[in-house]
Write a new protein. Structure first.
Ligand SMILES: Nc1ncnc2c1ncn2[C@@H]1O[C@H](COP(=O)(O)OP(=O)(O)OP(=O)(O)O)[C@@H](O)[C@H]1O
Ligand SMILES: [Mg+2]
Length: 408
């Protein structure tokens, strides 16, 4: 297809040369030689477009018309009939060339129009893509902010729940401390009375009369008094030691020390946790410790205590009055394994996969928020370990905490 000069208007009148183009001119030239012999084809300005080479200047000429407009002339010494027929053929050829060009122009305009439309659509798409990208970024930022808010709320909720269990612990500890404080106080009251009785001997001793002294000694029942005085002081020392031990156990739960890493004896931590939680557990179940020999464990003791306590509380909540909770420790495949077993209610199979989910709880409203195991799993994972659980409804549950000795 011949291409049109750029910017050509659709209705512009084309010259004979433009209409024929190179290809049509070649073929037409050969046919005109065959028909006319010598010839000359000129445009309306009388410029030669095609010629055979020997056309006589004074040979007969016939006009070539295109859509009732003259577009050129054909000149040849051939007879006039043949010249007319040849001119007719040239006109038919020009008309078909004209139609062909019109059709190709239409096609080109359509293609160019489609291209422009596509370009506009592409630009619109780019614009809306940018809009959606901005929206997506905004949405992501909002989701991020919501996640942060939720995390904060979750942490606050956990802190609140932790405070509540600290309150429960405090009640247990108060009970534990109350008992020794009670008997230390009553012993001290007896001691004051005994000191008064001893002072009562002073006049008899001052008289120097042995008989008087002996009578006063017997009247005051001094032999029993001295013996009892000693044993009540002994008992008070034991009481004070018990208070001191409770206080030192509680220090293990101080949140200030939670972040520090230490090498600890995990069995000792278990004993401490049992002492602290003891009063709460003993009301319900019997606690059996079966602690194997363990190497020191590098960990965050405060966090590990939280895990043990959460599991111990869960076990306590699972067992009835006659229940038993057993804690055993051992080294298995490079891990320290702590097993906390109870013969309580067990976990329904459909709940087994959910117990570590945040806020999953089967407890009544106000008695648990379902974060104990979630937080425990996170702590154990942070120590490079994992927790396994086995449970049968009606038979009991065993949680096994694996803590690798080779660190994280
Ligand atoms: N030893 C167990 N025996 C039976 N069910 C258990 C035991 N331990 C956990 N569960 C089940 O798993 C659920 C989730 O325990 P988790 O400790 O995470 O939360 P919770 O005890 O309900 O609440 P809290 O946040 O106060 O600990 C419990 O509600 C309970 O149904
Ligand atoms: Mg719990």
């Amino acid at each position: 297809m011949d291409t049109l000069p750029p910017g050509d208007a659709f209705d512009r009148e084309l010259s004979l040369r433009e209409l024929l183009g190179v290809f049509a001119s070649d073929r037409l030239g050969r046919h005109l030689v065959a028909l006319l012999g010598d010839y000359r084809l000129c445009d309306e300005k009388n410029e030669v477009v095609l010629e055979s080479g020997n056309a006589a200047v004074d040979a007969p000429t016939i006009g070539i018309m295109l859509d009732i407009e003259p577009i050129g002339r054909l000149q040849s010494p051939a007879n006039i009939k043949t010249l007319k027929a040849a001119a007719g053929l040239v006109e038919i050829l020009l008309q078909s060339q004209m139609r062909y060009r019109m059709a190709s122009r239409l096609h080109e305009e359509q293609v160019s129009h489609d291209y422009q439309r596509l370009q506009q659509e592409h630009a619109a798409l780019l614009k809306s893509e940018l809009k959606y990208r901005t929206l997506a970024a905004e949405l992501e930022a909002r989701v991020q902010a919501q996640v942060e808010t939720l995390k904060t709320a979750e942490r606050q909720l956990y802190q609140a729940e932790k405070l509540a269990s600290v309150g429960q612990l405090a009640a247990g500890v108060a009970h534990e401390i109350n008992n020794p404080i009670g008997f230390i106080r009553s012993n001290l009251i007896s001691a004051i009375a005994y000191v008064k009785d001893i002072s009562g001997l002073r006049p008899a001793i001052a008289s120097g009369d042995e008989k008087k002294i002996l009578t006063a000694w017997k009247t005051a029942d001094m032999d029993f008094l001295l013996e009892d005085f000693q044993s009540l002081l002994q008992e008070s020392i034991i009481g004070a030691d018990r208070v001191a031990r409770i206080v030192s156990d509680l220090k293990g739960f101080s949140s200030i020390e939670h972040g520090k890493e230490e090498r600890i004896d995990l069995n000792e931590s278990i004993r401490t946790v049992c002492n602290v939680a003891g009063s709460r557990i003993q009301q319900k179940a019997q606690l059996v410790l079966d602690l194997g020999e363990l190497p020191a464990l590098q960990c965050q003791p405060g966090h590990i205590n939280d895990v043990l306590l959460a599991m111990l509380f869960n076990a306590t909540q699972a067992v009835g009055e006659q229940g038993e909770i057993r804690i055993s420790t051992a080294v298995e495949d490079g891990d320290i394994c702590v097993r906390i077993s109870d013969n309580g209610c067990g976990i329904a199979p459909e709940n087994l996969s959910k117990i570590f989910d945040p806020f999953f709880t089967t407890r009544e409203v106000g008695t648990g928020i379902g974060l104990g195991l979630t937080v425990s799993r996170d702590i154990v994972r942070a120590h490079g370990g994992h927790i396994e659980v086995e449970s049968r409804v009606g038979a009991g549950t065993t949680f096994t905490v694996h803590l690798p000795l080779k660190g994280r």
